[in-house]
Design a protein. Structure first.
Length: 239
């Protein structure tokens, strides 16, 4: 009998191989950029604290000593105005530091950082904000902690910009295998197009950060069909 001819082996599609390599290269580059971005924000916040913050505090102390030797009321009034101005600068500097990098993230962990973020945000914007956090302090890598905090920040930012909500809740869950952070509100809910395409650059960056850590980011309506829910899920052992 005549032997049948063997089928030639299938060769990989050069286009597909090149696309996969390009995607891997872009993923690695994005990971490097996000790490550099986080480090630069952390360093800038430290500089604001160590230099500007300490200088403003010293000026406040010197002004208080000087005011003790002022006896005329116009001079004392001017000193009081200067003190108030310095206090305003110190508070602005503190808020800038917090927006850049929350030191609680590094020293106390994501739980403390998220709690402070939610409390400060609710107080500043007059919206009822509540953080639901685990009783214990879960262990996260630094990259996971940053991603969880960035998700909370981006979720609150979108609530303020789009949701028209009167209440928001930030929920952090950890079952030992994965961590899940959800920001949900009682507002108008997301547009379907925004939920599908992540047209907001902040959400797209956050989604890519989640992918780098082997996780997922989803945006949809709340569990009861009202409002919006932004959910970040990260495996405790990154892929």
């Amino acid at each position: 009998m005549k032997a049948s001819a063997q089928e030639p082996p299938e060769l990989p599609d050069p286009g597909t191989t090149a696309d996969a390599a390009r995607a891997a290269e872009l993923t690695e580059l994005l990971g490097h950029l996000t790490t550099c971005w986080d480090d630069e924000r952390r360093q800038l916040a430290r500089k604001l604290h160590d230099s500007l913050g300490s200088s403003m505090t010293a000026l406040t102390m010197h002004l208080a000593l000087l005011s003790q030797h002022l006896h005329e009321q116009p001079q004392r009034d001017r000193a009081a105005q200067m003190k108030q101005l310095l206090n305003n600068i110190i508070e602005t500097n503190r808020k800038m530091q917090l927006a850049l990098w929350n030191d609680k993230l590094e020293f106390l962990g994501p739980k403390a950082a998220i709690s402070e973020l939610v409390t400060e945000w609710g107080r500043e914007h007059g919206i009822k904000a509540r953080a639901s956090l685990p009783d214990d302090d879960p262990e996260f890598t630094r990259e996971q902690g940053v991603a969880l905090l960035r998700c909370a920040e981006e979720g609150l930012r979108n609530v303020l910009a789009h949701a028209q909500a009167s209440a928001v809740e930030v929920i952090l869950d950890d079952d030992g295998d994965q961590a899940m952070l959800t920001v949900r509100d009682n507002g108008v809910g997301p547009l379907e197009a925004a939920a599908d395409s992540f047209s907001c650059h902040g959400l797209r960056m956050l989604r890519e950060r989640a992918r780098l850590l082997g996780g997922t980011l989803t945006l949809g309506r709340g569990p009861d069909g009202a409002g919006a829910a932004l959910t970040l899920v990260l495996p405790k052992q990154p892929a």
